[in-house]
Ligand binder design. Structure first.
Ligand code: CTP
Length: 215
């Protein structure tokens, strides 16, 4: 299969030296990209800034902002059989990027933020993608319910959900504990290292892709 994987955080500039971002390390997405490549698939990894090495045998497209990730996905999704959206995309960016470093002045500073494009949410409708579509959901409450809403709203075949309020798993950790939310059922996987979980998730996605091809 040809597989697109998004990973890492995005970085939204405020001025030439400052930006808004989040705690995503990119580890889950990079582990997925590596596991797909090891299973013999052709992988394009579209990634925000991380400190990780690009896995062997993976095509790499680095981006910084949500808008750049949106454009990269739009350009490449058409020739993919499957797409896995593991990136922690900023939902908002500063309304304006100051050309010069913002100087300190008053006691408070109010930032105006504007919405970024929902990349995963554009894939089925706007980009017309008909392949296997997998999203991630990082939640702090009502994990299964919120993940199922995302699955339906964004037209996914699978949402891989994790509870980011649990210490030691998920964001910025080597370990994860995920709930697999499919259209017809839900399956909880035991906590494990991300690089052990990834091949297991790849096998699920291969199965979904085979089902889609057969139907
Ligand atoms: N995602 C994306 N583009 C965005 C925001 C999110 O592609 N602008 C993708 C993520 O990569 C992930 C999924 O959407 O696969 C879920 O992200 P999340 O931020 O949890 O979903 P939202 O729809 O933004 O919902 P909320 O923030 O309200 O929980």
């Amino acid at each position: 299969m040809r597989v697109l994987v998004t990973a890492g955080p995005t970085r939204e500039a405020l001025d030439p030296v400052r930006y808004l971002t989040n705690r995503s390390s990119g580890k889950m997405g990079y582990a997925m990209a590596a596991a797909f490549a090891e299973a013999g698939h052709r992988v394009l990894l579209v990634s925000g800034p991380t400190v990780l090495d690009v896995p062997d045998g993976v095509d790499f497209l680095p981006i910084e902002t949500a808008e750049e990730m949106f454009e990269a996905v739009k350009r490449h999704i058409g020739r993919m059989d499957a797409a896995v959206f593991a990136a922690a995309v900023a939902d908002y960016r500063p309304a304006a990027v100051s050309e010069h470093k913002i100087k300190k002045s008053g006691e408070t500073l109010t930032l105006e933020l504007v919405k970024t494009p929902d990349i995963l949410g554009s894939v089925r409708g706007d980009f017309g993608f008909t392949g296997t579509l997998v999203g991630f959901a990082a939640e702090t409450q009502d994990l299964a319910t919120n993940a199922r809403i995302k699955l339906q709203k964004k037209g996914c075949d699978l949402v891989i959900a994790n509870d980011v309020s649990k210490p030691g798993i998920g964001f910025d950790s080597d370990r994860n504990e995920v709930l697999l939310v499919f259209p017809e059922h839900t399956e909880a996987l035991p906590e494990d290292e991300k690089h052990h979980l990834a091949p297991r998730l790849v096998r699920e996605i291969e199965r979904l892709a085979a089902e889609r091809a057969g139907s």
